[in-house]
Design a protein around this ligand. Structure first.
Ligand SMILES: C[S@@+](CC[C@H](N)C(=O)[O-])C[C@H]1O[C@@H](n2cnc3c(N)ncnc32)[C@H](O)[C@@H]1O
Length: 361
């Protein structure tokens, strides 16, 4: 028995259009606009009607998908461009304006100012929450934030991106080990028994605990005794709580040599717990790097994989802040994918580009 007539180009075009629109936070993707885009594509690509049973249909769609991919792709690009510029309905919101309102609201409600973060990166992250909540516009999302503190927490988690691991970029830690060894020798000579380190943007604590382990190992090898103070700060309160607990999954410990794992962690039901002797050296607290606060008289500031979120202006302010935070000739460590902006080269001297290690001039 013959099946129903079906234009398989429509199915193929719908699939392509949906994936092309997934990351388009910058245009309206409501159902009216989506339908208009699809209609536009179908007016450009000739229909292919088939009438067949289900089994064979899949193979035929696959053949046509390959055959018409480029043609459909071109029509979709054109459709998105034309329809997004001339939506049939009144545009519900001026996306950029409402996005700024959203940032204002976050600043007012939660005291965290994202205005000087890279806007494209923020929009991509907010788009994740919009999709998860099944919402199309920033205005509707603002309404949801008014009602739901849970959504606020999820938004922060998404915006703060607190991925980290112990001894992240192991080759950098080789350089740091030599730096700290030299620093300790110098402190011994100067009869200075104190080292203060600031881990700024410490996420779940992997970075400051790595620093503490490295220091402990060096001090043991050098039979030196030194008071260690590692101040670790972040704006994500959930992260700080996690860090204080100090229990980690194996995945974040992949760079920790087995002997250090056995020495400084205890295996527990829910993961590996950092031992108290390491914990004692690390203090966690809330500190917003966009505010005026900083930790004073530090020997080394670690601020790795945080600069990437900030615009140039904020990066400049932050580098000034770190220069105040550091003792003369103190060190700054940035993330592997970050570079020192030109203006800061007046204040910091490059020591090791590969390790993103700089010294205050
Ligand atoms: C990708 S993690 C970096 C963690 C660690 N430094 C590393 O390199 O593995 C970025 C951290 O920066 C924090 N952060 C973002 N904006 C911040 C701000 N204004 N003040 C302090 N921390 C911030 C986030 O909460 C997140 O924990």
């Amino acid at each position: 028995m013959a099946g129903k007539l079906k234009n398989i180009i429509e199915d193929i075009a719908r699939d392509h259009l949906n994936s092309a629109l997934t990351l388009r936070y910058d245009i309206c993707t409501c159902s009216i606009c989506k339908n208009d885009m699809l209609a536009f594509v179908l007016s450009r690509v000739p229909a292919r009607y088939v009438t067949t049973e289900q089994g064979a249909l899949h193979t035929i769609i696959q053949q046509h998908r390959l055959e018409h991919q480029a043609e459909i792709g071109r029509a979709i690009i054109e459709a998105i461009d034309i329809i997004s510029k001339n939506p049939r309905h009144q545009l519900k919101e001026d996306k950029n304006k409402v996005f700024l309102l959203l940032l204002d609201k976050i600043r007012e409600d939660r005291g965290l100012d994202f205005h000087h973060y890279h806007q494209d990166l923020l929009k991509r992250r907010v788009a994740i929450r919009l999709r998860a909540a099944g919402i199309n516009t920033y205005s509707d999302y603002l309404l949801l934030l008014m009602k739901s503190s849970e959504e606020y927490d999820k938004l922060f988690e998404t915006l703060c991106i607190n991925v980290s691991e112990f001894f992240r970029d192991p080759e950098v830690w080789e350089v740091l080990k030599i730096l700290v060894q030299n620093m300790i020798h110098q402190k011994k000579t100067d009869q200075n028994h104190f080292i203060r380190i600031w881990s700024a943007g410490c996420a779940n604590g992997e970075e400051p605990y790595s620093i503490a382990i490295m220091l402990k190992e060096i001090l043991l090898a050098e039979t030196a005794s030194l008071r260690i103070e590692i101040t670790s700060t972040d704006v994500d309160k959930k992260c700080l709580k996690f860090a204080q607990k100090g229990v980690y999954l194996k995945s974040s410990l992949k760079n920790v040599p087995k002997e250090l794992l056995n020495k400084y962690f205890t295996s527990e039901e829910d993961g590996y717990k950092i031992k108290d002797e390491i914990k004692q050296a690390v203090a966690f607290s809330y500190l917003d790097l966009t505010s005026a606060d900083y930790i004073k008289s530090t020997d080394i500031v670690f601020c790795r994989n945080v600069f990437i979120y900030f615009d140039r202006n904020l990066q400049e302010q932050l580098l000034m802040k770190f220069s105040y935070a550091l003792k003369p000739l103190g060190y700054l460590v940035m993330g592997k994918s970050e570079t020192l902006i030109r203006e800061a080269k007046e204040i910091f001297q490059e020591i090791d580009l590969n390790a993103r290690l700089y010294r205050k001039k």
